[in-house]
Design a protein around this ligand. Structure first.
Ligand code: CIZ
Ligand code: SF4
Length: 303
């Protein structure tokens, strides 16, 4: 089937199945085009919980579809590509975390949203890259376990020096690949462009940025800014919204390495098949789901 036929088929199936399609900011353009809404993982999960449809097609990676399921346990949440995972989320297991908690019994346990439902179930509170500083500031405990992203963890630690942070050694293979030399070169090539980067990048990269934020914050910042040119230090999928929302502005990707292979697994064909075969449905253990929901909901109270 060509793109036109696939799009038509997807729209028809969406009606038939009473489904909503959501796409993460890192998805390929064609998938973002057919989605009902585009956004970051948490905004999409909240959106899924608020709509009347009872089938959710989550175009993203595994932990994101899990979060949607946790917030909408009664709905069918489909992840079109079952092997679309997040290597960073896989860097910490519930068992690893239980061992760390035994070593630090007084610490509050904070997980980045990029974690499995099992890991979330072991934590006190979740955070995103938009609210990590606020979440950690909201905690009474002085000692904080933070999993799994060391770059986000170190970025937050600098902003909350009053806390003692025990940071897991995980990282995003895509953002961590960006080097200091690449930022220096990009700034030399485009001296009049503002540098916007994600906190999953290395500290030396973050250090040279004009603005540090989540995908949503980068998209909002570029729209509100008086600047006309931007160097973008996050996954290339955000260029879709950036260009569409700001046709008069110019965006340069900081590094050609800023591409997440897992996010690119979902194609129009995957969405079509997901709706035809109702696959792959996310199923979670009841107990895990209840505990992980508490972890996510505690974050909502901080926002
Ligand atoms: O929470 C998300 O969607 C991720 C992983 C990144 C971001 O900055 O939006
Ligand atoms: Fe995971 Fe990084 Fe891909 Fe995001 S960009 S899904 S953190 S590997």
């Amino acid at each position: 089937m060509d793109k036109k036929a696939l799009t038509k088929g997807i729209l028809a199936l969406k009606q038939e199945r009473n489904a909503v399609i959501v796409a993460h900011n890192y998805q390929i353009d064609e998938v973002q085009e057919i989605a009902d809404v585009i956004g970051d993982s948490f905004a999409l999960s909240k959106y899924c919980a608020s709509v009347p449809q009872d089938v959710i097609v989550f175009c993203g990676v595994h932990f994101m579809a899990e979060s949607a399921k946790i917030l909408s346990p009664q709905k069918k949440v489909l992840l079109p590509e079952i092997n679309a995972g997040c290597p960073m989320a896989d860097m910490v297991t519930a068992e690893d975390l239980r061992a760390l908690k035994r070593d630090h019994p007084n610490a509050a346990v904070v997980c980045y949203i990029n974690t499995s439902a099992e890991v979330k179930a072991e934590c006190d509170i979740c955070c995103t890259s938009s609210n990590a500083v606020k979440v950690i500031q909201s905690l009474a405990e002085e000692e904080i376990i933070f999993v799994p992203d060391k770059n986000l963890g170190n970025y937050v630690a600098k902003k909350v020096p009053e806390k003692r942070m025990i940071i897991w050694d995980g990282f995003c293979v895509t953002h961590h690949r960006v080097t200091l030399e690449e930022v220096q070169k990009a700034k030399e090539a485009h001296p009049d462009a503002a540098v916007l980067v994600h906190p999953e990048c290395r500290p030396e990269v973050v250090e040279l940025a004009d603005f540090v934020g989540s995908t949503r914050q980068i998209i909002d910042f570029a729209a509100a800014s008086r600047e006309k040119k931007f160097i973008i230090g996050t996954e290339m999928g955000v260029l879709y919204s950036l260009k569409r929302n700001n046709p008069e502005k110019t965006f340069y990707l900081l590094s050609p390495g800023l591409i997440c292979p897992n996010m690119k697994k979902t194609r129009l064909e995957s969405v079509y098949t997901a709706l035809t075969e109702m696959r792959y449905a996310i199923e979670l253990e009841q107990e895990i789901m209840i505990k992980a929901k508490t972890t996510l909901e505690r974050m909502l109270k901080v926002e």
